[in-house]
Design a protein around this ligand. Structure first.
Ligand code: CTP
Length: 444
C-alpha cells in the first residue's frame, strides 16, 4: 500500500513525527509532500520560519519518508495521487472533511492530531511581537484588521494625541491600551506602525528608534532625503528594524513582475510608465504642507521605477497641475531620465486616469492592468503575439499583511534590510519626492 501525506513541517515537532509514524504504518511506502514557500504564501500562510530546504531536511531526518516531493499549487493532490499510484491519503484531524473529495481517487484517512503542540505555537515561543499603532485613521484601522492574518504579531495598543480618538479606536478594534502619551506607548510595545500625517512620521519614528522600538512607517517615510537617511542611520545604530510600509513591494505578484522584467525576458528595460490616481474631494490631502498628489501617491509609481530601473537616475523633471481653485497640485507627472532609459510617474488626486503600468523593453513589454499596485495579473507581450505570456497571482485582502509579515520576519531574524525594499530605495524615493515637490513646473 502506498501512502501520501502533506504539510509545511516548519520547526519539526512531536506532532509531526507522530503523524508521519502513523501514516507510514498505514502502508509500506510513504510519500511526504512539503509545501513550497510560494504555495504557503498563496494560501495565506505567512511567517513560516524555516526555508523549504530546512523543512525538507526535517522530514528526511525523521527517517520516516520513503520519498519526499514538494507541494506547489492548489489541486496538486488530485494529480499526485494518480501519478504516484497512491492507495491512502492521510492527514491530521484538523483537516477533517476538507479532503473528502480525494475519496474519488484513493482512501482518505484523518489521523488524530497530537494535542498541545503546533508550529504556530513554536514560532510564537520566542515571544509574540507586540505592536502599537500610531494614529487612528482609516489606514490604521485596516492595518489592525490585516494584522490578524500574520502569526506571531499582536497589535495591543494605539496612540493618538486626542485621548477620545485613541479610546474609540482601541474599543472598536479591541486593543488593550489606548495612549495619549507617546512615551507610554513606547514602553508597552516592541514595534510601532506609524500611520499619522506624513510630516509627523519623522518625529514619531525617531523617538521610537531611540527607545529601541522597531518601526514600520507609512509611505512616504518622510518628505526629504535627509530625514529618511537620518532615520535609517539611527535605526542602524540602535539595532532596530526600520521599514517603509509600501505594500506593493512585498506582494508576491509585484515581486514576480519585477523578476520577470529584470531577467531580460522583454530585453533591456528602456521605459517605465506608472500611474496611480485616487480622487480626493476634501481633507488633509488637499491642504498645503503635507498635501498634494506627489506626497500622497508618488511612492507607488516610484517603487516600481526604482525596482525596475535602479537608483542611478540622472535627472528629474516634474510638471504639476494646480487649478486656481486648489491649494495643492492635483495631478503630477514626474519624468526621470536614466543613463539608457526613461520613466514617468503620474499621480492624481483631482484627475482620474487608467492606473496601469507599462514596462517597455527592447524585445517586448510588460503590461500590468489597474490596479497594478495590487498586482494579481500581468502579461509579457511581444511583436509576435504567439509569444505572449500571462501571469496570475493572488493579492490577499488589503495587502498590508505582506508588509507586516516581512517586518516581523526581519525582527525575528535580526535582518537590517529586506531585499524587497532596501533602505537605499526608500532614500531614493524620498529624494525624488523632495525634488519633485520643490522643483515642479506648476501651472493651472
Ligand atoms: N499535525 C499533527 N499534530 C500536531 C500538529 C500537526 O498531527 N500537533 C499534523 C497536521 O495535521 C498535518 C501535519 O502534521 O497533517 C503537518 O502539519 P503542519 O501544518 O506542518 O503543522 P502545524 O504544526 O499544524 O503547523 P501550523 O501551526 O503552522 O499550522
Amino acid at each position: 500500500m502506498r501512502v501520501i501525506t502533506y504539510g509545511t513541517f516548519d520547526l519539526f515537532h512531536e506532532g509531526h513525527r507522530r503523524l508521519l509514524e502513523r501514516a507510514k504504518a498505514l502502508g509500506d511506502y510513504l510519500i511526504v509532500g512539503v509545501t513550497t514557500d510560494n504555495y504557503d504564501a498563496s494560501r495565506g500562510k505567512l511567517n513560516v520560519a524555516q526555508s523549504l530546504m530546512e523543512r525538507i531536511k526535517n522530514v528526511q531526518d525523521s527517517g520516516l519518508a520513503d520519498e519526499i516531493i514538494t507541494e506547489e499549487y492548489e489541486g496538486q493532490k488530485v494529480q499526485d495521487i494518480q501519478q504516484y499510484d497512491i492507495d491512502i491519503f492521510a492527514i491530521g484531524s484538523d483537516w477533517i472533511g476538507k479532503f473528502d473529495y480525494l475519496g474519488d481517487y484513493c482512501q482518505v484517512v484523518y489521523l488524530e492530531r497530537t494535542k498541545g503542540v503546533s508550529s504556530t505555537q513554536l514560532r510564537n515561543e520566542n515571544g509574540v511581537i507586540r505592536v502599537g499603532v500610531v494614529g487612528s485613521g482609516r489606514i490604521a484601522t485596516r492595518f489592525v484588521e490585516e494584522a490578524r492574518y500574520v502569526s506571531g504579531v499582536s497589535v495591543e495598543a494605539v496612540f493618538s494625541r486626542r485621548h477620545e480618538s485613541a479610546q474609540a479606536f482601541a474599543h472598536k478594534l479591541e486593543l488593550q491600551y489606548a495612549n495619549d502619551s507617546y512615551a507610554d506607548l513606547l514602553k508597552h510595545v516592541d514595534a510601532v506602525y506609524v500611520a499619522t500625517p506624513h510630516s509627523t512620521h519623522f518625529d514619531y519614528a525617531k523617538a521610537a528608534i531611540e527607545a529601541g522600538v522597531h518601526v514600520l512607517c507609512e509611505k512616504p517615510m518622510t518628505l526629504s532625503r535627509a530625514q529618511t537617511e537620518e532615520l535609517f542611520a539611527l535605526a542602524g545604530r540602535h539595532n532596530v528594524v526600520l521599514l517603509e510600509a509600501v505594500k506593493t513591494a512585498f506582494s508576491p505578484g509585484f515581486q514576480r513582475m519585477v523578476a520577470v522584467a529584470r531577467m531580460g525576458s522583454i530585453g533591456r528595460i528602456r521605459s517605465v510608465d506608472a500611474t496611480f490616481t485616487k480622487l480626493v474631494r476634501s481633507g488633509r490631502e488637499l491642504e498645503p504642507g503635507d498635501g498634494g498628489s506627489i506626497s500622497e501617491l508618488a511612492t507607488y509609481p516610484l517603487v516600481a521605477i526604482v525596482k525596475l530601473l535602479g537608483l542611478d537616475y540622472e535627472s528629474i523633471r516634474t510638471q504639476s497641475l494646480r487649478p486656481a481653485s486648489a491649494e495643492v497640485e492635483v495631478f503630477s507627472r514626474i519624468d526621470l531620465r536614466y543613463p539608457h532609459a526613461v520613466a514617468s510617474a503620474r499621480t492624481g488626486i483631482g484627475v482620474k486616469a487608467e492606473g496601469d503600468l507599462v514596462v517597455a523593453g527592447a524585445n517586448g513589454y510588460i503590461y500590468v492592468p489597474a490596479p497594478w499596485w495590487k498586482t494579481e495579473y500581468f502579461e509579457a507581450r511581444f511583436e509576435d503575439s504567439r509569444d505572449n505570456k500571462k501571469y496570475y497571482y493572488k493579492f490577499d485582502g488589503d495587502g498590508l499583511r505582506y508588509e507586516l509579515a516581512e517586518f516581523a520576519s526581519m525582527i525575528r531574524s535580526g535582518a537590517a534590510e529586506s531585499f524587497k525594499l532596501r533602505p537605499a530605495e526608500s532614500i531614493a524615493m524620498a529624494e525624488i519626492i523632495e525634488s519633485a515637490r520643490a522643483n515642479a513646473e506648476v501651472f493651472e
